[in-house]
Design a protein around this ligand. Structure first.
Ligand code: ZN
Length: 339
């Protein structure tokens, strides 16, 4: 176990104060708060969740590096030098690779996974409450879009009693470029191929490509239900999700979002997690278009990659074409006792 947990529990307490979150330097303070929460949650489970801490550090450092103004890990931990050096000792790879490799998902997805570890996938309410508790503390801060998600989605097979629930959260980025970069990175490096194909059908705009259609219709027996994290209220699928995954609303008269940027919603991540694990559902959810071919997919993928590289160039990120693979951290027994 990483010795930082004990120290960070204190830091998390301090970060909880409203003054801390209200003050300037929002990106920095939110980063510290979320990292503190992750270390604290990781210390509460017997399971090894160091991989999630490793991943979120990389994802936050990456978003910091392309933020306006940019934040280096040293900026984020300004005034916490001792802690920074211990964190670097425990988790060296995010520090080494945040400026060259892309994350496969945005930071709040790691918070979601940590909550699922802690509560168990069957405990939907508890998972939601944990996330709501964290976002409600962050939402008080100004410019609150940084690093937090506003929606969670649950997908499961309703034909099987007590079937596994697969979760997803909306993109936790702020600003047009970071959001578009994360959607492109998820298409190319993170999502299940069906979800990626559906999103690539539109990316980066709202117009369907005339040579590729990877959209699909989710089978009727699959529940895919999104909720606002602010109040737990159910969110009907927006028009983008309807176009991508064939999600419809029970009551057509119901008020719903006009359509977020394609791939931005919690539904995408939740369905990606489901389809990565449920082969049978994946077969049933095959895109039906004759334009769904390997050749056309490659063309669409090349297009997304080109756009991604242009965007990264614009935000002055020097990409090595790699995606970050988080790793488990193990420390020697002696090291733990030193603290
Ligand atoms: Zn949507």
């Amino acid at each position: 176990m990483c010795p930082l947990y004990f120290q960070l529990q204190q830091a998390a307490e301090q970060n909880r104060s409203e003054d801390f979150l209200r003050s300037a330097d929002v990106f920095r303070r939110k980063s510290l708060f979320i990292i503190g929460q992750m270390l604290e949650m990781s210390s509460r489970t017997e399971e090894d969740t160091t991989m999630l801490v490793d991943e979120i550090l990389h994802s936050i450092f990456f978003l910091g590096s392309i933020n306006k103004p940019p934040y280096s890990p040293e900026d984020i931990f300004d005034g916490e030098e001792e802690f920074l050096s211990e964190l670097r000792d425990c988790y060296p790879r995010p520090f080494d690779l945040y400026s060259s490799e892309l994350p496969k998902r945005s930071p709040f997805s790691c918070v979601l996974d940590m909550s699922v570890h802690l509560m168990g996938q069957e405990n939907e309410r508890e998972i939601m409450n944990t996330l709501r508790n964290i976002t409600s503390q962050l939402i008080r801060a100004p410019k609150s879009k940084h690093l937090i998600s506003f929606a969670i989605c649950v997908s499961q097979n309703t034909e099987i009693p007590n079937s596994v629930r697969y979760y997803g959260v909306s993109m936790s980025t702020s600003g047009r470029d970071p959001g578009r970069i994360m959607v492109a990175a998820s298409c190319v490096g993170g999502w299940d191929s069906h979800v990626a194909d559906a999103v690539m059908t539109y990316y980066p705009g709202k117009t369907k490509k005339n040579y590729f259609d990877g959209t699909f219709r989710l089978p009727e027996n699959i529940r895919c239900q999104a909720f606002k994290l602010s109040d737990g209220e159910e969110m009907p699928p927006c028009r983008s999700c309807e176009n991508l995954f064939g999600l419809s609303v029970a009551n057509p008269g119901v008020e719903r979002g006009n359509g977020w940027a394609y791939g931005n919603c919690a539904e995408a991540e939740s369905l990606s997690n489901l389809l990565k694990n449920e082969e049978e559902v994946k077969e049933q959810a095959q895109p039906a278009s004759v334009m769904w071919t390997d050749e056309n997919r490659q063309r669409a993928r090349n297009y997304v990659l080109r756009d991604l590289k242009d965007l990264l160039h614009k935000v002055k990120f020097n990409w090595n074409n790699g995606f970050y693979s988080p790793q488990r951290i193990t420390l020697e027994e002696g090291e733990i006792n030193e603290y």
